[in-house]
Design a protein. Sequence first.
Length: 525
Amino acid sequence: MEEDLTSAERLVIAAFPEGATVDLPEDEAQRTIRGELLVNVLTGLFPLPSGARPALKIVGARISGKFILEGLTIDAPIRFEQCLFEEAPNFIDAECPSVRLPACQVPGFLGASLRVGGNLEMNNGFICVGQLDLSSAEIGGDLKMQHALIYSPGTHALFASRIAVSKAFLAAGMVVVGQTRILSGRISGLLSLNGARLLNPDGIALHAERAEVGESFFLQNSFRAEGRTILQNASVGGGIDARGGSFSSTPDKNCLNLHWVRAGRNVSLREAQFAGNVTCQAASIGGSLNLTDAAFASGSTVMLDRLRADRIQMLPAAAPGLLSLRQARVNSFEDDPRSWPLEWRLANFEYTSLDSASPVGPRERLKWLALDADGYRPQPYQQLAAFYRSVGEEQHARQVALKGLRRRRGTLSPIGRVLGYLLDVTVGYGYRTWIAGLWLSLFASLGTVIFAAWPPHLVDPTKPRPFAPFIYTLNLLLPIVDLGQKDTWEPQASTQWIAWTLTLLGWALTTAVVAGISRVLNRST
């Protein structure tokens, strides 16, 4: 075989035992190295001298034919730099100390179940035209794919499902045309896609469902995903930072899916742009969900139902059409009426405090509750009243509770609405019992004038007593109080109906007061 070797191949064989780099000059006439020969070198076909520290390091070669390490255990580190592979290198089920391919060009990469003790590097101008398969691979160090290009439209271009990376997955500036798939992947360190462009407009750009990231997940610095981004049920030990990122999808699809995501710290979507819907339902966030200066497409929806977070900052530059917070629970919610969505869903949304970038009083908050697309629900009013009560604003709490009861009246039967109106105009549903005093004063004054002009007759003329029109009227209006006038005097026939009317009004006022006060006490309890 010695006589068939090219000059480049002889250099590789000579440099391998010492781990020296074979850097082929640009004007080298024979830059081609057979893949089969490289496999022979790595598997020990060429004897090594005593004390050798072998490593395969080649710069600027053209690798012809098949380079197949499938199922093999390789003891030497592998580094190809600026090399062109005619066929997809095959590392399926291989085991290597480290594999580095910076600035190489390959027509695909077969790396399913590859085991690398150190780093796997496909970065700094690495180009893969065809699928890059790292499914079920195990990387003992970092996976480095910064500024790589993977081009395989319509397929799983980067297929890394069930990958396990012991340190970090670094892919800043990476460009993928086709789907990036990290389904059920495990990255013990951080995952960085800062500035990456994932392009699969008619499908899924990034599918990282059930992925586990030990530290933080970065999608900032002009990160762009054209196609859906699915992080559903992913677990991130740190935070998710997508500041300034761009997410788009086909109409009526979720451009960003954070359903059931678990993040140990903050999730920042600050200044991000969304051309599609966003869902973060049933997610658990250890810190805040920050949507400050985010831009949402007109008419889009943001679903935060059943979210658990310390804080939500809903201060977008362009609001979505609908924001749903049903059954969400946070310590603090911050918003601004100037950037409110047109519709909300607030049923069973629980919060401890409300903050706003501009002054917001109970009147504005009541307008906020009126934007609920699901119509009237009692809990949002009870929650807002409880918040005002917790900060010592009892008057605001009463205002909110009263408005809630008035809105509830519209959902009742005709009889219920009539009774509701009665409670409202007489005692303000128990929150304005002073109104009953006004009605009592009005009826007492009216009765006093009438009975002064047409006084009643003594029931027993043998026992004369002085007549007091005001006290007599009060005796009629206060059915549970005896002032000694009602049983002594009998109204004239012309004023009998007035006495009956005042008695009925007195019972109605008394019943309304008792019912209203009972309602308030029950709410407070």
